[in-house]
Design a protein around this ligand. Sequence first.
Ligand SMILES: [Zn+2]
Length: 346
Amino acid sequence: MINANTLYSALAPYGFETTANVCYGSWRNYAVSILNAQYSIFQLSFAVRADKKDKDLAKGLRAELRQQLGKGLSTVLNLGSALQFAYRFDGKTPLVDQFVRAADAIAAALSAHGLNPAATCAVCGGGTPDSLCVVNTYQPVHAACMHQKLETAKEQAMENKENGSYLTGTLGAILGALVGSLIPILVLIGTNVISAFLYALVPLAAMFGYRHFKGKSDKISIVIVMLISILFVAIIDFVYLAHLFQQYFHASFFQGLSLAFQNLGSLDQWFDTGVLTSDILKSLLFMALGIVFSWGYLTKTSSAEVKTTATLLETMRPNPMFSQDYAQSENPAPQQSQQFFWNGQG
Ligand SMILES: [Zn+2]
């Protein structure tokens, strides 16, 4: 397994830097970011301006690059603002050599497809982006656009702090969870099976509701959303129980509900409680999975947003393509020579 830090530090002589878990720099004028996907597989993202709807582009690039790079190259994704290549490094040859080979092949293939290095701002789309910055991937941007983004995030956080309300948020979360719960319930009624994975929708729908009802966005909001999610998962499970009673007695759905309610204390007389317990555990498990998968969204509170944007700003560097413009701005460009400092390794 290739350690991310080993790869990242091996690329330092080429001017690549690392912030948090992302490594970023320029390669043949492409803004490139590198992220460890899993094990020895790294996502290499090259900033371009591609047509996101072009399905054949990624396919074509993959086929061409596999001929040159072999099975080390797995998936190719067209993100529109970047093309993302999943590449597996091995421990046989120096990492730098592998990167240079892969990055050169990718840059050549992109160029052959008419995809030049992105030359417009990833935020506003305008020309002459004076800087490079990690946005989702490493992208050319206007420094002013990124500062504006931070200001907006700060203003929104301030606005939310002053005007956000736990009460309206909780109301929104309940409505959201209600809608999120209707889906597994309707599927249950329609198909007679409970699809456990649909429980994963509940926390997501609850947070969506919370946000849209001007809920105060902080850590407490996450707790509120989770509690409401658990409550609604319990409600879905109760409806599921009512459905079992309804089928057992060939009764109506509402009779099923009332039977479920009356017999809540003596379920073992009617059903295999082992199966019931496992169904309930399954529902909680899938709800938890929903929380795990949407964690990024759930914890995207307004103060976290400010922090994230501020962290992104730390990755901002002059865009070598337009460095002249950058030199005239407030922040002086760093010495070019340090980008090609060799430490004798690799
Ligand atoms: Zn811009």
